[in-house]
Design a protein around this ligand. Structure first.
Ligand SMILES: Nc1nc2c(ncn2[C@@H]2O[C@H](COP(=O)(O)OP(=O)(O)OP(=O)(O)O)[C@@H](O)[C@H]2O)c(=O)[nH]1
Ligand SMILES: [Mg+2]
Length: 329
């Protein structure tokens, strides 16, 4: 599962202040009168506690978002690390945890001071000072709160993967029909277009059988270049291949509209096979309704031949996928 998907984000610094002050003023409305000093003490205590709680809530949400990185499955760690380096996460987390300690200390010290007030003016003065100092914490931690918020925005939308159920990763060069296939075989609804680089992130779809749910993963197209030159979009595909598959479905495009020549498509396949050779593969040549080159000639391996457009061989492919992942054969 995506460990961020159920987490709540912190608010922006300005909204935290607004929420805290609104709740503080509301919280003191309900206090019944029981003598001037006692009532003032109670009122100001409630206000300080309320502001403390709101600030704490947002700091803790941010801390939780960043800490979740350390408990996440390596697949999610790799995807997050692409845009949020581990060192930045570590530093932000340390700062935010430090400000929780400051916050606790401020609360304790101001509530203590409230105990010894002699008049209502003094109570108001202490409360004013307390609120000022407590609310300066999110101001000083604005950068870290924002960092956690941005990380959450990216991470909570990553696809939810169940690591206990079978996973098939669809991979291949750009524009070969990967998204068309996942849309055809599973519940996924991924954008398909006649130009390359349509898919820029990982998508998941499901095939429901009577007893199992198989996850199909659509990935961005891979370019013909070595691993160290791959950009963030391609690296998402690489990480899906590295961490997820029980079966890798590698697709080729023999049509005149192919993005790469046959030999280059095969070169990409070989590079992937070299990196992740220990996984079972299923090779698929799509678009046989519009075949222009013989991929198998370069491939020197057997491949499934299908046309998603004309619905040729697709049902047989589905059966093969189910047999391979469910029976391991
Ligand atoms: N002729 C023909 N065209 C097809 C077939 N399957 C898919 N296409 C077309 O190929 C183009 C690319 O399809 P996509 O499914 O977006 O390909 P993709 O591999 O996901 O592409 P990227 O995400 O850009 O890497 C679209 O115009 C599809 O309509 C097929 O069997 N025959
Ligand atoms: Mg696609």
């Amino acid at each position: 599962m995506n460990p961020w998907e159920t987490l709540r984000p912190p608010s922006r610094m300005r909204d935290i202040k607004e929420e805290a002050l609104a709740k503080a003023s509301k919280s003191s409305e309900k206090i019944a009168f029981r003598g001037k000093i006692i009532t003032a003490k109670k009122r100001e205590k409630t206000r300080i506690e309320t502001v403390y709680r709101v600030v704490r809530k947002h700091l803790l949400r941010s801390i939780k978002i960043l800490r979740t990185y350390y408990d996440a499955h390596p697949f999610y760690q790799d995807l997050v690390k692409l845009f949020y380096p581990e060192e930045d996460i570590r530093i932000s987390l340390k700062r935010l945890e430090g400000s929780i300690r400051t916050l606790e200390m401020l609360r304790a010290s101001y509530l203590d001071r409230l105990k010894y007030i002699r008049d209502t003016e003094e109570a108001a003065r202490i409360r004013k000072e307390a609120l000022g100092r407590i609310l300066s914490i999110p101001v000083r931690r604005k950068k870290q709160l924002n960092y956690a918020l941005e990380l959450w925005k990216y991470a909570h939308k990553l696809p939810s993967i169940d690591f206990d159920e079978p996973i098939v990763v669809i991979s291949g060069p750009p524009n070969v029909g990967k998204s068309s296939l996942i849309n055809r075989l599973s519940t996924a609804k991924v954008k398909v277009a006649s130009y390359p680089f349509t898919t820029k992130e990982i998508h998941v779809g499901h095939i429901e059988t009577k007893y199992f749910r198989i996850q199909l993963i659509d990935t961005p197209g891979l370019l013909d270049r070595p691993l160290k030159e791959r950009n963030e979009v391609e690296m998402q595909a690489i990480y899906a291949l590295k961490h997820l598959p029980d079966l890798i479905l590698f697709m080729f495009d023999p049509s005149p509209g192919r993005y790469y020549e046959a030999d280059q498509q095969v070169a990409i396949y070989r590079e992937i096979r070299e990196l992740f050779g220990d996984k079972p593969y299923l090779l698929v040549i799509n678009k046989i309704d519009d075949e222009d080159v013989d991929i198998e000639e370069f491939l020197e391996e057997e491949a499934y031949k299908i046309s998603i457009l004309k619905d040729l061989g697709v049902e047989e492919l589905r059966e093969t996928i189910l047999n391979k992942v469910l029976k391991g054969g």
